[in-house]
Design a protein around this ligand. Sequence first.
Ligand code: ATP
Length: 637
Amino acid sequence: MRTSWADSVSNSAAEIAISDKNSLPRPTRSTYVPPHLRSGSISDVSGTVSGTNGGSRWTGSDGGGTKPELRHQGQGNSYATAGRDAAGGGGRNNRSGGWDRREREVNPFGNDDKIDDIKQNFSEQENSGINFDAYEDIPVEVSGENVPPPVNTFAEIDLGEILNQNIRRCKYVKPTPVQRHAIPIALAGKDLMACAQTGSGKTAAFCFPIISGIMREPYAQRTRVGRTVYPLGLILSPTRELSCQIHDEAKKFSYQTGVKVVVAYGGAPINQQLRELERGVDILVATPGRLVDLLERARVSLQAIRYLALDEADRMLDMGFEPQIRKIVEQMNMPNRGVRQTMLFSATFPREIQRLASDFLSNHIFLAVGRVGSSTDLIVQRVEFVLESDKRSHLMDLLHAQRENGNHGKVSLTLQQALTLVFVETKKGADSLEHWLCMNGFPSTTIHGDRTQQKILKRVVSAYPCPDSHRTWVSHTERELALRSFKSGKTPILVATDVAARGLDIPHVAHVVNFDLPNDIDDYVHRIGRTGRAGKTGLATAFFNESNLSLARALAELMQEANQEVPAWLTHYASRAPYGGNKNRRSGGRFGGCDFRREESIGKNLDYYSGGNSGNAYGGLVDIGGGYAPGVTSAWD
Ligand SMILES: Nc1ncnc2c1ncn2[C@@H]1O[C@H](COP(=O)(O)OP(=O)(O)OP(=O)(O)O)[C@@H](O)[C@H]1O
């Protein structure tokens, strides 16, 4: 039976004795529950909660409509507290109550997970291909009050042994710049607005502190009341692919920590997601639309949220998503800013969006890490003048050259690795180009966000060229399959709309083609950022013509800033073009990525430092009014 949101919230609020969303009561620490006792009912060992759920260690009823009988311990709230985990070290909460998750948890690392192998030092490990030299001189700006110093190694951060093991399993040798700065800030409980270049490891930068924080929280055995679950962490992202990717990453990071991560996204049947939620959730990764649905069905409550992260935050707060985000954050009983911890991450952060975002933040720290991909030559950017009518044949030429030469300058392409991502403006255009490519001997697939038709065309790669009989229509729920087919190299060309522009981390994308340029330079930054990730090189080619005039100036500036060759004709277009390409981002040719508070509050007591990443940049904090340290330029200014 569907219960109204308001009813459900008020009922459950009464039951779990969370009387004030801004003063979430914290239970006392419970006694340690030895692993051999964890298989039974929680009440057997802690006397905290009665009722089991088919073997789940989640508290609450079995979803049959009976309210769980929650007994309180200590401060009179409903949170059953978990014991400490000896293996976790450092007094961490292992979050194991009624059953030991570690026995049932699927190993997200597959077979590549021999503890003996991973017990080696970080320094002895295989570097996962990241080019750390490229990061050494990245300009960094930080502003805010009491900024914790950055770290140089994971060992310097107290994340706990289990999380450290997972970091080793991921083959992360040392933190990327955004991780060096953001993780200590987040662990200090500060709100954070972080801008860092595409492919620089932002996902881990917000996941590690959330997972670690939940493991540390003494109070937070997760609670389910009736069918409503109460996650502690919420990560919002704009697309289902990105949500799934964050979920996959977060599951790796949280492996064997007892912290349960669940994903919910639209365009897929809700029932399976509901079942998964009923099994328990500590961190919910979600797209806004589906989350609102779950909140309105009272299947999720945000009352217990301690950590809120918005990935691609500028996208989440632009006109498309802002109303939903406001609803989620401000009208759905989530603890207020200042009570919860809020972290916003993106590679781009227009000034207007920063201003808007400050509604969700409390006394936040602003962090900007220069964009590795575009400020170095890791992504080689080319722009070619191509008339609309010539685009297809030009693309064909590029693909033939790529196939024959097997390389693009610095970018070595093997057959399996030569993945090419082609961005187009419309869904129809994507389907049409994919069909044409396929008919011309280039196995392709497509991905776009058509929610009404909810179908994508997937071609069988062996059909070469693809006859109609080999074409397979797959349902929208299989959009991920198209992505998988691309990732695996079965269909090494993916024609996509902007739905694939942000966040997706696809190894071996060597070439991004902007068949149709976007209207906004920030979208261009995100699109080309699908290559040249984690220190690897990449190539980005853009087809420009008169219809892209409004982007000319922003594009020329961006390329220049990234030390790219700007064709004379583009400079010419730029000089006579009105300023466009993102009204919010720049004014007077300046990047708008720096802390907007600096401009609006000169003289406020904000710490501020800027400089490279070599360590000496932190020698002295300068007052915000002092601007940049002498001789230091920022990628954001
Ligand atoms: N410390 C690290 N060492 C090695 N690889 C890392 C490290 N941190 C992250 N990575 C890898 O770098 C890649 C990019 O990371 P991630 O997807 O988090 O980037 P991002 O900054 O969120 O990019 P985008 O702006 O496009 O969303 C991933 O494959 C990730 O596994």
